[in-house]
Ligand binder design. Structure first.
Ligand SMILES: C[S@@+](CC[C@H](N)C(=O)[O-])C[C@H]1O[C@@H](n2cnc3c(N)ncnc32)[C@H](O)[C@@H]1O
Length: 506
């Protein structure tokens, strides 16, 4: 739980990664848990019988899936405890903190600020308060109070809890605003005085001063005389393509802001603020997502090439027919297409997404062995015994849990008898209390009315149900591969070693 500005580049790199991706998730988790009464509903460890998710959901009159998404994360963070029967209790340290009435009052006072804090862009543009839901909010004053003039610290434990609860999301917002308004890029180019920054961005001097002072608190900016530039650590961390990568990652996280701020409503009523089951919302979200994924094509290609090499050890890919469902940027199918000169790949996704896939596939010079298949993966019949390999890369997490068995059944039917199914997913550990990054990703899938993350044994059970009784789970660096096939079909038992993609692809 990072509370103070980092000093060394490695620490700053780690902090930036956390602030850009998960700080707002963590703040939203804690705020929603408080708002819903989840902290109070959990028995304190050692003082009462741990409660299963279903019991907690009943007690809170909330969605079981939503409560599970929260308590699994609380357990992973050490704030709650899970027993062997999947009962949950509040860790005694957390219970003691929440009995502190002064801390409780500070936490309660932060709850209404999520929406206004999301308007930092506007506050920086005008250098003053902003309107939100019919009221004026002193957003600059709130950021100043949080970061620049914080009250004397309470106990370190209370301060760390307050920091995650109250400052995590605003930290991300500072970065989002600095990226959106072009300030981060200007600072990275060379030091600028405030008037120079103002001339380049048309932002108010007061707003700019606040923004650079906030960036300084995060260890990113510093003043040298009248000129503001990046700190040495930030310059090292953000050199090359790293700044563009950070900006993209911030823009993805920013899209979840409102939904995270109203997470308690989603957990209580399954009311989805960013509902990706709405066709138009999904079309826009994933068209943008496909472009984001294209931007990181090279790094994902390393994973998909390794997966294709792994599969080819037991399933030679010469002349093979491969189906890539929910292809996104095309990065998985394309890796299989490049495995041999005769592998044919069908790229399946929403029509709007396939436009970008066509460009990516052409760039890799595998368009002559490509078929583009627009459709709806919730209903599409993929045929019978038509494919040697079917890939489901980061797609199951898009489906609500009740839709997964149906998709598995259609996929199993479309596989040739000796074929292999490759699922690339964030697979949870068997206790479902980690890894942390996976659980945060799962929280976002829940709040967008999408899927559930599963453990390997949960996948294996579902796959057995459609006749794919043989399965293995192989960990890639950032996600896992689950390979499945019918009985008697050989599957690789380990990953192929990492191989560098050819220059044309990178
Ligand atoms: C999380 S992305 C994964 C992209 C890609 N496979 C990857 O790993 O980079 C999920 C993909 O599923 C697609 N998708 C979502 N709902 C769909 C639907 N109803 N029909 C077809 N594709 C859909 C999205 O367009 C998106 O490209």
């Amino acid at each position: 739980m990072p509370a103070s500005p980092p000093a060394a580049p490695a620490a700053l790199a780690q902090s930036l990664h956390f602030w850009a991706r998960n700080a707002s998730n963590e703040s939203a988790l804690l705020r929603a848990s408080l708002r819903l009464g989840l902290f109070d509903a959990l028995p304190e460890e050692g003082a009462g019988e741990p409660l299963p998710v279903s019991g907690l959901a009943r007690r809170l009159a909330a969605s079981e899936r939503g409560v599970r998404a929260l308590v699994e994360l609380l357990a992973c963070l050490g704030l709650a405890r899970q027993d062997d029967a999947h009962g949950y209790a509040l860790a005694s340290g957390t219970a003691a903190l929440l009995r502190d009435t002064a801390l409780r009052a500070r936490l309660d006072a932060e709850l209404p600020w999520w929406g206004p804090d999301g308007l930092l862009d506007e506050a920086v543009k005008h250098g003053g308060p902003v309107d939100f839901e019919g009221r004026r909010w002193d957003v600059p004053g709130h950021y100043r109070a949080l970061f620049l003039e914080p009250p004397p610290a309470a106990s370190p434990e209370a301060e760390a809890f307050f920091d995650c609860f109250a400052r995590g999301a605003p930290r991300m917002q500072v970065l989002v605003t600095a990226a959106r308004l072009g300030v981060l890029e200007l600072l990275a180019r060379r030091p600028h005085t405030l008037p120079e920054l103002g001339a380049a961005t048309y932002l108010s001097t007061d707003g700019l001063r606040l923004l650079v002072e906030l960036l300084a608190r995060l260890g990113i900016a510093r003043a040298d005389g009248a000129a503001w530039g990046l700190t040495d650590e930030a310059r090292k961390v953000l050199e090359g393509k790293a700044l563009a990568y950070l900006v993209r990652s911030l823009s993805v996280s920013a899209r979840y802001w409102e939904a995270l701020g109203r997470l308690d409503e989603t957990v209580r009523h399954e009311r989805y603020i960013l509902d990706l089951k709405d066709a138009e919302v999904s079309r826009r979200f994933y068209a943008d997502n496909s472009q984001q994924l294209t931007a990181v094509f090279a790094s994902h290609f390393q994973l998909s090439v390794r997966a294709a090499t792994t599969v080819s050890r037991t399933h030679p890919l010469e002349g093979a027919a491969v189906l890539d469902i929910g292809t996104g940027s095309g990065v998985w199918g394309a890796a299989f297409a490049r495995a041999t000169p005769t592998t044919h790949v069908t790229y399946f996704d929403q029509a709007v997404v396939l436009e970008q896939v066509r460009r990516n596939v052409a760039q890799l010079k595998v368009e002559d062995r490509a078929r583009f298949w627009p459709g709806d993966l919730f209903t599409q019949d993929f045929g019978t015994a038509a494919f040697d390999v079917i890939i489901l890369p980061q797609v199951l997490n898009v489906l609500r849990p009740e839709d997964v068995p149906g998709l598995f059944a259609r996929v199993a039917r479309a596989l040739k008898p000796g074929g292999v199914l490759l699922v690339a997913e964030y697979v949870l550990n068997e206790r479902r209390d980690g890894p942390l990054e996976h659980l945060y990703f799962g929280l976002r899938r829940f709040m967008t009315n999408e899927g559930d993350l599963l453990s390997f044994s949960e996948y294996a059970r579902l796959l057995s149900g459609v006749g794919l009784t043989s399965s293995v789970c192989l960990p890639l660096p950032t996600q896992e591969l689950v390979l499945a096939a019918r009985p008697g079909v050989a599957l690789p038992s380990e990953l192929a070693p990492h191989a560098r993609p050819t220059p044309a692809a990178a």
